[in-house]
Design a protein around this ligand. Sequence first.
Ligand SMILES: C[S@@+](CC[C@H](N)C(=O)[O-])C[C@H]1O[C@@H](n2cnc3c(N)ncnc32)[C@H](O)[C@@H]1O
Length: 194
Amino acid sequence: MENIVEEVTELYKQGDWRTIVNKFRSHPNRNKVLWVFPTEENFKFIANCMLELKCETILSVGCGSGLLEWMITEATGYPASGIEVDGAWWHCKYAPPTFITLLLTNQKLDKEIVTLLGNSDRTALMFCYFNNGPAFEEYLEKFSGNVLIIIGPGDGKGVHTDPRPFGDVPDQWNLHRTQEVGSTKDYIAVYYRK
Ligand SMILES: C[S@@+](CC[C@H](N)C(=O)[O-])C[C@H]1O[C@@H](n2cnc3c(N)ncnc32)[C@H](O)[C@@H]1O
């Protein structure tokens, strides 16, 4: 089986996000670099939601390698940055590749991140396969913007995330639109608050 990390890195260098998403969406080792590989239709969906909800940037929490964030920017033109928990993992020689510059924080949020979250009026806060419910609540609490994107498994996929795309979002958030990622039972759910 081909080495997904090397292949994706090569395609990344060539700017070829289309081949990355089409080739690896169902690859058994895909989560070495990313959990969800959106379709071209999904990228258009995200771009439309950004336009409808008057957002200019995306801030992705728990972005991992940042591959999704890089592809979103390439496919939609919207800048996307990503936050990760600082840890030996990102600095060790076996660390996964990173496709954007990561903003690193401690589990207890760094002051810079709190300030960034508080100055995020035209930003969509994104969580893709995030797995830390209490941290999700804290990020939301500090976030000044009004748009939230959750990507994760729907019922029946047999995988758990926290938050899930549906059912874990506080009441003041309203579901704007949702779209499945191909036929994967993963969903992109876009919420807004007034
Ligand atoms: C399952 S991975 C998903 C990574 C990426 N979004 C993807 O879809 O491939 C969850 C990520 O959330 C990160 N994470 C967990 N708690 C976090 C926190 N409090 N702040 C930022 N990132 C966190 C983990 O380090 C991990 O990389």
